[in-house]
Design a binder for this molecule. Sequence first.
Ligand code: HEM
Length: 202
Amino acid sequence: MNEALWYTGRGAGLVTLVLLTVVVALGVASRAGRPLPGLPRFATPVLHRNASLLAVVLLGVHVGSLLFDPYAQLRLVDLMLPFAGAYRPLWLGLGTLAFDLVVALVITSLLRSRLGATAWRRIHWAAYAAWPLAVLHGLGTGTDAGTAWLRAVTAVCVLTVAMAGAYRLLLPDPATGPLGPPAPPGNRDPRLTPLTISGPPR
Ligand code: HEM
């Protein structure tokens, strides 16, 4: 039974990391202002949301099973309070910080209508920090961190997020062009105002 908890916990940790990677990559790339290659426009937010929900469930399985497994001697407080654990405190603490950010993200997403868009977006950006913290946690604390397959999965995760960032930053948004969005009305240089076909002024 103990073995089962230990393996379930570690396996769920890895799947959580992969799902968080999908969530972050979709979140970053979807703000590029154009549909992602091979995906219709409506699919990106749906995938982003569903992958986030699944990541939260798997994260619950990860910490839940490792909490009941005797090997790492986790206490309930170690889930929320970073760097207080007995087992590899630094690397575990990074996982706890990631966990805290994911919890903050879930709570603020549930309260989104009350928070307002600006506050919600700021917290959302802070929560993206959960991903690098989780990468370091997995590499630092994982029993499998020394194996080639775990390193390969982590490398693919890092590459995926880097590619999403490059997609967003390097390709100009077709809606706004390389110069950014058009100036708001009332703040335009009249010489640059496009000609309109209209009747005489009334
Ligand atoms: C977003 C949050 C987290 C992610 C994505 C995550 C991911 C991972 C990954 C990928 C591993 C490596 C699994 C392996 O080596 O096979 C791992 C191991 C582990 N994680 Fe997490 N983790 C997170 C949060 C936490 C938290 C909050 C705790 C508990 C306070 C925790 C406790 C552990 C423990 C005890 C291990 C096993 C270490 C070992 O194999 O020696 N994790 N986690």
